[in-house]
Design a protein around this ligand. Structure first.
Ligand SMILES: Cc1cc2ncn([C@H]3O[C@H](COP(=O)(O)O)[C@@H](O)[C@H]3O)c2cc1C
Ligand SMILES: O=C(O)c1cccnc1
Length: 348
């Protein structure tokens, strides 16, 4: 697989920054919204960017390791929550409706047969991964198929006129998979020891957290700590995480804006980033999750998220909640008067 990303040209930077600085406000007074406006303008290579058909995609998959007890909830919650998404009753449905965002759910590998359903994209790789405690989570062929299908999903959205994609996920046990991926791909100088990047997920108690950490240590003993992102995916990934990584790279190929949600979505981004670091130019980090490893990931990438709301849900909820800020950045750039057009006196 050969993803074709390019770094946005920065030739327009000075002109866009000048446009921002001439708006009727003290220079810099819109704070980080100004940096966001500049980023989006550069992604779209225009001083007048627009967000078209913004869309949340929730990738769902099951994890073999869930049966060993790495989550506070049973594996069946994955497919039951997919049903909930399709019925419109989950948190991401509520927020997507509120923000006017499109929403699609992808069956990347849920242990359930849904049949053909409106709003559901069938991209199933298999009925869940193998348990990485005993063997690699997926075969190289499954991993490559997941990456390629993810890319196809992003390209199809771009083909329908979408230029802003928010990533979400659903998969009981996927914080454990994200912890292993983070441990492998984040340098030791960021203190990504397994212990530091393994948290309570959906709400494990102390005994549950201890058990999760021991199971993940066991997995590492078996599979080692590869640094190659493709090896990490096959060893410890989930189908939804691999498919998200492919979709992220595919979205960046199409110069879309990527809204990055919490800990699991960022673990997929770590994979994509290791494949091509230029992806970072297209990413907006929505929030800092309560899952402790998320801070480690964001520090490693040297990025600052827009919000900190103590969320620990996933589904793309943080991405949806950040969307109005992203829209505000675009709107001030396009709609605010300048000192010249409004006849307001500049500083003396
Ligand atoms: C009812 C329910 C709805 C959810 N929506 C997202 N997640 C979140 O929790 C899971 C990860 O946590 P862990 O690794 O501890 O299983 C993922 O499915 C994630 O999206 C949910 C979890 C539950 C229980
Ligand atoms: O940060 C997240 O995305 C997250 C944290 C806990 C459980 N599910 C998701």
């Amino acid at each position: 697989m050969n993803f074709q990303l390019s770094q946005p040209d920065t030739l327009l930077s000075a002109a866009i920054q000048h446009k921002i600085d001439r708006k009727t406000k003290p220079v810099g007074a819109l704070g980080r919204l100004e940096a966001l406006a500049l980023q989006i303008a550069l992604v779209q290579q225009t001083p007048a960017p627009e967000l078209h058909q913004p869309h949340i995609v929730v990738f769902a998959g099951d994890h073999g390791a869930a049966r060993a007890g790495v989550s506070a909830y049973p594996q069946d919650v994955t497919w039951q929550m997919v049903e909930n998404f399709l019925a419109g009753g989950a948190a991401i449905n509520v927020f997507s409706r509120q923000m006017g965002l499109g929403l699609s759910v992808v069956d990347a590998g849920v242990n359930h047969e849904f049949g053909k359903r409106p709003g559901l994209i069938d991209a199933k790789i298999g009925p869940g991964t193998a348990s990485y405690i005993d063997r690699p989570a997926m075969t190289p062929a499954q991993r490559d198929a997941a990456l390629e299908r993810g890319r196809g999903i992003a390209h199809a959205l771009a083909g329908n006129g979408c230029n802003c994609i928010g990533f979400g996920e659903m998969g009981i046990g996927n914080t454990a998979s994200a912890s292993l991926i983070t441990h492998c791909l984040v340098g030791a100088d960021h203190d990504a020891e397994l212990y530091n990047v393994t948290g309570r997920g959906t709400g494990l108690d102390d005994a549950g957290l201890f058990r999760k950490r021991s199971l993940l240590a066991q997995a590492l003993e078996r599979g080692g700590r590869p640094s190659d992102p493709l090896a990490v995916l096959a060893e410890y990934g989930g189908f939804e995480i691999a498919m998200m990584a492919g979709a992220m790279l595919g979205a960046a190929e199409k110069r879309m804006l990527l809204l990055i949600d919490g800990f699991i979505v960022t673990s997929a981004l770590l994979v994509a980033y290791a494949i091509d670091p230029r992806i970072l130019a297209y990413c907006v980090f929505a929030h800092r999750s309560q899952e402790p490893g998320h801070r480690v990931q964001l520090d490693f990438l040297q990025v600052e998220p827009l919000m900190e709301l103590d969320l620990r849900l996933g589904e793309g909820t943080g991405a949806a909640l950040a969307f109005p800020l992203v829209q505000a950045a675009v709107n001030f750039l396009n709609e605010m008067a300048s000192f010249e057009s409004a006849g307001v006196s500049d500083q003396s």
